[in-house]
Design a protein around this ligand. Structure first.
Ligand code: ATP
Length: 479
């Protein structure tokens, strides 16, 4: 059975074995921190996307969605501050030549101290880290690394370089001539696609403040320390919403969105104690308040979502750089202004990892007669990749034909899986392992009374229901 410390590894292996997530271009030994979603992973991803999209747009009448391009005019990133400020402080070990993100190196040391029962010292170290980061004090940070005897995991030495800033944006060339004027970036966040379209959407949608614009899409960051599976990737997906508000109202809206987003997280069936808010000590260049929603992964509490009060920073800068007015006329107060913005930004891949971490369970089913166990992914039915498996008990006597009728009744309503190979027990286990909440088995009795056995993934309880009712039972659960 996996303990918490090796649960993470167990999840990674499970994802590969059961078609959720593969290392990218694996036949060439993979590409660091890039992953591909397989047949069940992509279904899970799509369901989470749809759930977020529906919650943000359909359930909020004043939020609309867009789908902006990944490539944007390069001045966008000047205006947003990413060209000058989207940096992480890094340090190199001169012996191994390995590069580390300074905050990660120090956090890892604190974690190690915590594991040794030195909780107070670990907290002290993290407080000092926060203090130096907030002041951009690189000498102080380097001294901290030296004082705590932090060593490179490869060379095992403390032969550290000075700390330097590295920009995280990927760049490439547009067009056929490669010179500096053709340099463009792969977007490091989806938010700017929303800001540059702010007036297009507001005017064509005749939207009145407060209103929001949501977007789901890929973002790219040249993360230096890229490990921890899909937690930190170089190509990932964000689900972001920018909420445009009257200046001066940002504090209330910030609190409202913190609450609203936490409600969404809880609606995934995850208990409140697995989440916490973490207020930022060092605010990003655009924010006047910011916090993270952290979830307790098997590798500890880590950020899943950021909520940021971005002021009018982005729109004001786009106005300045583009020389196009970014103002809104508020007819209620008869004033023109550049709106303030509250952003909610959640990583889709981290949400997937959160659902895998929460759902992954190894159960010991051994009895005095025999050893037995199963692995289940306890996904809420609404996001499970596959909702229903239809299984004829045997491959003859007309049972497959009846099972096919049930498939035909259900498959246009939700994702169903048909299988007739192997014993029923093995088939149930395979469905548990990909998180299918319901299996129905067609047997000889079905031919006489038109009932099937429905088996529930989490409890393994079975009951007989009318074959004609299968669709309704499943629909009720997934809605
Ligand atoms: P971190 O501190 O972990 O680097 P961040 O604070 O830079 O994250 P944001 O810029 O606030 O992250 O991005 C919003 C969300 O996008 C994050 O909460 C996270 O879920 C997701 N995200 C950011 N970077 C990555 C990444 N490299 N891989 C996967 N998801 C990411």
């Amino acid at each position: 059975m996996a303990t918490d410390s090796n649960k993470f590894q167990a999840i990674i292996s499970h994802c590969k074995e059961y078609g959720f997530i593969f290392p990218s271009s694996e036949i060439y030994d993979g590409l660091q921190a890039v992953y591909d979603y397989g047949q069940w992973g992509s279904e899970l991803k799509k369901n989470i996307k749809d759930y977020w999209w529906k919650h943000m747009t359909q359930l909020h009448e004043n939020i609309v969605g867009i789908d902006a391009a990944i490539f944007m005019h390069p001045t966008t990133w000047k205006a947003s501050g990413h060209v000058d400020n989207f940096n992480d402080p890094m340090i190199d070990n001169k012996d191994s030549k390995k590069r580390y993100r300074v905050d990660h190196l120090i956090e890892a040391k604190a974690e190690e101290m915590r594991n040794e029962g030195r909780e107070d010292e670990a907290n002290g170290l993290l407080d000092e880290l926060d203090k130096f980061i907030a002041k951009d004090d690189f000498d102080g940070l380097r001294q901290l690394i030296i004082n705590y005897g932090i060593k490179c995991s490869i060379s095992k030495t403390s032969n550290w370089s000075d700390i330097r800033q590295f920009n995280l944006m990927f760049s490439t060339q547009i067009g056929s001539v490669s010179d500096e004027t053709n340099e463009i970036y792969l977007r490091p966040e989806t938010a700017q696609g929303i800001f540059v379209n702010f007036l297009n959407v507001q005017k064509t949608g005749r939207l009145k403040i407060p209103f929001g614009i949501a977007q789901i899409g890929k973002a790219f960051r040249n993360e230096i320390v890229a490990r921890q599976f899909i937690f930190r990737m170089r190509e990932f997906e964000q689900m972001e919403m920018q909420y445009f508000i009257r200046p001066g109202t940002q504090k209330e809206w910030y609190e409202t969105w913190k609450e609203e987003r936490m409600k969404w997280h809880l609606s995934l069936g995850i208990p409140r104690e697995r989440y916490r808010f973490h207020d930022h000590v060092k605010l990003a260049h655009y924010a006047d308040a910011a916090c993270d929603i952290e979830y307790e992964f098997p590798i500890g509490f880590k950020e899943v979502e950021g909520i940021h009060s971005r002021t009018d920073f982005d729109l004001k800068n786009h106005q300045e750089y583009s020389k196009k007015k970014m103002q809104y006329f508020d007819s209620e107060i008869n004033q023109n202004y550049i709106p303030y913005v509250i952003e909610t930004s959640i990583g889709l891949d981290r949400t997937i990892l959160m659902m895998l971490s929460e759902g992954y369970t190894e159960e010991d089913l051994s009895t005095s007669e025999k050893q037995d166990s199963r692995v289940i992914l306890r996904f809420p039915a609404k996001i499970a990749p596959m909702k229903l498996a239809v299984l004829p008990l045997v491959k003859k006597d007309g049972l497959p034909e009846i099972a096919r009728t049930i498939m035909d009744d259900c498959k246009s309503h939700f994702r169903c899986f048909y299988e007739e190979k192997d014993t029923i027990g093995k088939r149930y286990r395979r469905m548990d392992a990909i998180g299918t909440p319901f299996c129905v088995t067609v047997d000889q009795q079905t031919k006489t009374d038109n009932t099937v056995t429905i088996r529930y993934r989490d409890t393994m309880q079975q009951e007989r229901i009318l074959a004609d009712n299968v669709k309704e039972v499943v629909l009720k659960e997934i809605n």
